[in-house]
Design a protein. Structure first.
Length: 396
């Protein structure tokens, strides 16, 4: 074979890998099918009157927000083995960046663009993550866990007590429209004449951003960087022996995860139009950890499934008082008067224990995480297996 022919074949192979296909983007046909089924299921619930369209879009927005936080935590814990208990703190940095810079209720009355607030949230979250990581990432994982837990409480108290800068417990209300130029009204009006255009626009924005972020994370997962980071989690000494700068790679994973959490907080302000320090309770960090564990630690798809699951659990249990069977079961307990809503978190905990008991690896654990779809053709794999068998025959 001539050198020119070899170059042509190599160029063809590279173009094939760059071809826009679901597998090359890191999204399988199964992923797209699952998304389609989920959306159709929500539309069915809206169609039969179980959910209003506004509430359905609200749920999708929550899934997008939790999706960013769970994907970020998955990069830190699922990839690099970093225990971060300050998820809600970085979420708060993003939320307060949006509130203080763009809200008419802000004590600073700056009224900048949401895009500028997003950039500020990302930069501040990255800087703070580096400042936390510098003294802790060289130490054992316990120290990062302790430092991050303390940092989360410091951030909450800072936003609560610095009233002149953050409005304190009074909170900040109001926010401009997010990407008001998006032409979503005609589509929404086809579904409902009473649906909120702002809610629909926010939902489209966060889900679109989550989709792009998911594609980037899938690329990171399958890149050499992603493989090395997962090696660090499994055996950091091995990675060091191979000449890898494990400290720098853990720092990068920590910063990327914290930035994604800040993006989730930035979206929250525009979706819910109000923010106060009470939203920064440690319980929210617990929910994100639960979502990651339920979905499958180390699995990108599992992170999204975990976000959907935790939203379904938290929001679904709000309506237990409206289910006659559940109310009858509680009323049947002799000598005890229980309100279903009062034990909602208990029921959430029991459901989580049930799932973890029978599915400890998560609902969608990672599979073949080091293999790029289509990276090797069937012929190439057959030749490799044949060469291996021949080599074994020579050795014997």
């Amino acid at each position: 074979m001539s050198e020119q022919q070899s170059d042509d074949i190599g160029l063809t192979d590279r173009l094939d890998r760059l071809r826009i296909e679901p597998g090359n983007l890191g999204v399988s046909v199964l992923d797209l099918t699952a998304v389609g089924v989920f959306v159709l299921f929500l539309l069915l619930l809206v169609g039969v009157g179980v959910l209003s369209l506004n509430y359905g879009m609200y749920l999708l927005g929550l899934v997008g927000m939790y999706g960013f936080m769970v994907v970020g935590l998955n990069i830190q814990w699922g990839y690099a083995g970093l225990i971060n208990f300050s998820v809600i703190a970085f979420w708060g940095i993003g939320a307060y960046a949006a509130a203080l810079l763009t809200s008419p209720g802000s004590p600073h009355d700056i009224l900048l663009s949401p895009v500028i607030a997003l950039v500020v949230a990302i930069v501040v979250a990255a800087i703070v993550a580096v400042l936390i990581g510098i003294p802790t990432l060289r130490l054992r994982a316990d120290y990062l866990a302790i430092a991050s837990l303390g940092f989360a409480e410091v951030i909450r108290l800072l936003f609560l007590n610095e009233r002149e800068w953050t409005a304190g417990s009074r909170g900040i209300s109001g926010a401009p429209e997010l990407f008001g130029w998006l032409p979503v009204e005609p589509v929404v009006r086809l579904l409902s004449a009473e649906a909120s255009i702002g809610t629909a626009r926010n939902t489209i924005v966060i889900l679109g951003m989550l989709f792009v972020g998911y594609l980037l994370v899938r690329r990171i997962h399958r890149s050499p960087w992603g493989r090395v980071v997962r090696t660090i989690r499994g055996d950091e000494d091995l990675a060091k022996a191979l000449g890898k700068n494990t400290y720098m790679m853990k720092m990068q994973a920590f910063v990327i995860g914290c930035v994604l959490m800040a993006v989730a907080g930035w979206f929250y302000m525009y979706a819910f139009q109000y923010l106060d320090p009470g939203e920064l309770e440690p319980l929210q960090t617990f929910y994100v950890w639960v979502a990651l564990i339920l979905g499958g630690t180390g699995s990108d798809r599992g992170s999204i499934i975990g976000a959907v699951t935790i939203v379904a659990i938290l929001e679904g249990t709000r309506f237990l008082n409206e289910i006659d069977l559940v109310v009858a079961l509680f009323e049947a307990i002799p000598g005890i008067t229980l309100n279903v809503s009062a034990v909602r978190l208990l029921l959430v905990g029991l459901l989580i224990i049930f799932v973890i008991r029978f599915r400890p690896q998560g609902l969608l654990p990672p599979k073949e995480e080091l293999i790029w779809p289509g990276a090797a053709s069937d012929d190439t794999q057959s030749r490799e297996r044949q060469a291996t068998r021949e080599q074994r025959g020579v050795d014997e």
